[in-house]
Write a protein that binds this ligand. Sequence first.
Ligand code: FUB
Length: 665
Amino acid sequence: MKRLLLITAFLPTVLYAQNPVIRDQFAADPTARVFNGKVYLFPSHDILQPKPMPQGMRENWFCMEDYHVFSSDDLIDWTDHGVIINQKEVPWGNPTAYSMWAPDCVERNGKYYFYFPDAPKSGMGFGIGVAIADKPEGPYKPVANNIEGVNGIDPCVLQASDGNAYLFWGAGRCAKLKDNMIEIADDTPKEKVKWGEREFEMMGVNCLKGLPSRQAEGPFAFEYNGNYYLTYPYVRTNTEVLGYAMSKNPMGPYEYKGLIMAEHADSCWTNHHSIINFKGQWYLFYHHNDYSPNDDKRRSVRIEKLYFNPDGTIKEVKPTMRGVGVNNALSRIDVDRYNTASKDVNTDFVDSSDTFKGWFAGLKQKGSYIVYNDVNFADVKNRAYAIATVRANKNTKFSIREKNAKGKVIAEFNVTVVTEGRFRRDYSGQWLAVTAPLKYIPSGVTDLCIVADQDAIDVDAVEFKNRIEYYSNATGASSQPDNDGFVRRWNVLEPIPLDINTNILFTDSYLAQILGDPKVQALIKTVPNDRQQVKYDSKTTLTWHKIESNFYNVKLFRFAEQYGTKIYGVIFPVTTVIECDDDMQGVRLMAGSNSASKWYLNGEEILTMSGDRRMVRDDCASKSITLRKGTNVLSGLIINGPGMSDFCVRFIDKNGNTVKNFKVK
Ligand code: FUB
């Protein structure tokens, strides 16, 4: 047999939660299977019809040239394992038919059998082929010929507890498979069926006999609690519903029991589904044309929970935007896929020219809300913050609350829509990322409610983020410089507020005046204890904090966020102790700071870095200094206007080598 290259792409991609679950391409007719504790999804892959259309292709019709397989551990994040079969790789298939309709995949004796319809090279209609792999994600190798005697679409294989595998396919046929899984059993009956004037010989039995079956297709059969379920789409009025029937035998006769899902409320004619039990919960996979509202031949996969009644019948499932799965609060949450909302809320595409960019929820007035369930805060730490992607036409406020519109406030946002100012753009009606610190962290899994607290606002997504730990409290008697010689242990005083909002006035004379102020100088004369307080002036008492920076540069801006009354327009006094075993002569301090700074060794000024500046390592070298044996007090005063203040400091010797043989206390 000719060997084929079966995998044309293998580019796992992490996708996101909510309905639809596959968010970067169309995906229809979802067959989900649980293999090795994971859910594998085998959908058909709708694409736009090629232009020009191949001869014979029906306009505005289904168009599929290949299959992808996806997997997930949690029904939230889906990995795309890429294309497993392309129409050109099917030995018996027409390579330009674009007819790779609904597939299935089952595991038997350690092999994975992928069943798929395709248009045969010769002849009319559809055949059903098999491709075999050692792993669910492939590579799959197609069998040379389609299953003999089987004409039709939408294969589904039921592996019954009687030890047999049964093939179901469109139009309600069912037949036992041989053990090799690629042929129909020899004793399979045949039946003469009339379609209009024409008579056909059909393989297997008609398992839809006596059941509502107008245009029935897409069978999905499974066994649960001693019952066999034949579930299938059919047309009840004018579009498809999902219905089901039950039997004590895999091949029937089946008795109709009712609906699993009613007609789609809007324009999607087809529905197609599968049912799995994953980690003790039943799920219905189905499709809808979410990303293609004006073309129901380009569809997307959705998931809902499914429940049985005690007598084994199935409860009807209502479609939702939210879908299933517990979202980690640290991942993007598309709250526009909400569970419930106040009446005024609408949903629309963020960009109707590219629907894959998703949706937003429009909260139309003060008090409007949306509720999004099952968000897990277990990984959210103290001092976390929330980011929301929102759009408004004027300054407004909104909040994230727990459970409902009156619930405990998790975060409150002020949205500033800048519409004027010298260098500013008009941000009204633009999508903005706004942040707010968390006021309260729910424990475990909870529902989120987004509330418009002042005015109308459009909301796309929210996400919670743990702050990066930029520094920690210094512990132990001393530390070493880091591998690159940077001094990371410092006493940092809470910032001294100043009346400045610019960095451009940091001239030498200005610094001499402001940083030379005796009140400021007094702060760095001695080495403080951790948490020691100083009265800076009649209004200001400040506290020293002994910290160990987690980065080579000390992020004063982050320190001010935590401890400052002001973040910008401040002076940061810092001191540390450099303890040496011997005198070291001809050493220089190498410093970088945002913004200007002055540096002192044992009370003597050794370096001034003036002007408006960014922190750059080794930006300036001090004059030549001596680090003496024993204790040396190194101090700095860093002044900042509106910038993100930080600094870094290390020493080099007279040969330009980094000095590291000292302790920092
Ligand atoms: O995807 C093409 C066809 O549409 C499927 O085979 C049917 O089940 C319907 O969903």
